[in-house]
Design a protein around this ligand. Structure first.
Ligand code: 3PY
Ligand code: MG
Length: 253
């Protein structure tokens, strides 16, 4: 099922987060009971070739593929869609101009300026003819603007109204750094939870998707109660460490 349709079901979706530059690992995560897999090109080790090579394995597992681009790389947003990613997360969207530039790269006219060339997407989704892809792409592709600074929070409503922006994705770690002016990384800070709740509520009130990164599994139900409907659950190294701790603990009694 397409991500857009999964999001329309209005239940909390959980995405795996692939930072290791390995299409095999991304495919393995897609085979786990996650709802989607996100390939991270901002802080993850993925190159363009490992990111693009990951799509087929994710789609083969019948899961939507999501891409996080590096800061300001809107060229990779449209290219990622061309390669078959259904959604793109853009970090550090701190102004309406940032949001507008991201939205333009994600949507064909009249909403944006995306250029035609979804060759790989048309192969991956064999139910699409070029005409049908063009007709449906603007409604089906999902653009998520990362809200992770005070500057972004100050213009949240304007970002939510920007053409081509389908929703927001909160980065609680960067938001904590910005909110407390560099005092530390504190994504679980109590004051910050009120800010995160307000962002989720305002996104939903504007009719937009609310997504967020969860460091701990216990964060996910709390974020769901704030209106979020897509959460990333830590990272592939994090899963490995948590799994190793459980298995080694049992093995060593
Ligand atoms: C953040 O918490 O700042 C993120 O970008 C999560 O990946
Ligand atoms: Mg961040």
């Amino acid at each position: 099922m397409y991500l857009k349709n999964l999001l329309d079901q209005d239940k909390m979706l959980i995405t795996a987060w692939s930072g290791s530059a390995s299409p095999e690992m991304a495919g393995l995560m897609a085979a786990c009971p996650f709802d989607t897999v996100t390939i991270d090109m901002q802080h993850g080790a993925h190159s363009e070739s490992t990111a693009f090579a990951s799509v087929r394995g994710i789609v083969a597992a019948n899961k939507p593929a999501i891409l996080r681009i590096p800061v300001g790389r809107n060229d990779l947003a449209s290219r990622g869609l061309d390669m078959g990613f259904e959604a793109v997360i853009a970090p550090m969207i701190n102004s309406v101009a940032d949001a507008r530039a991201f939205g333009r790269a994600m949507k064909y006219p009249p909403l944006g300026e995306r250029s035609w060339g979804p060759t790989k997407a048309l192969q991956v989704y064999s139910d699409f003819t070029p005409a049908r892809y063009f007709a449906e792409a603007n409604a089906r592709t999902v653009s998520l603007a990362m809200i992770e600074t005070r500057e972004a929070f100050a213009v949240l409503d304007e970002i939510l109204e920007t053409d081509g922006i389908d929703g927001i994705f909160v980065g609680p770690s960067d938001l904590s750094i910005s909110w407390f002016n560099g005092a530390g990384v504190d994504p679980h800070n109590a004051e910050l939870q009120d800010v995160i709740a307000e962002i989720g509520g305002r996104a939903r009130a504007a009719g937009k998707h609310a997504a967020i990164f969860a460091v701990d599994p216990a964060d996910v139900p709390r974020f769901a109660s704030m209106g979020y409907r897509l959460a990333a659950l830590n990272t592939d190294p994090g899963l490995m460490q948590a799994g190793a701790a459980v298995m080694l603990g049992k093995a060593r009694g």
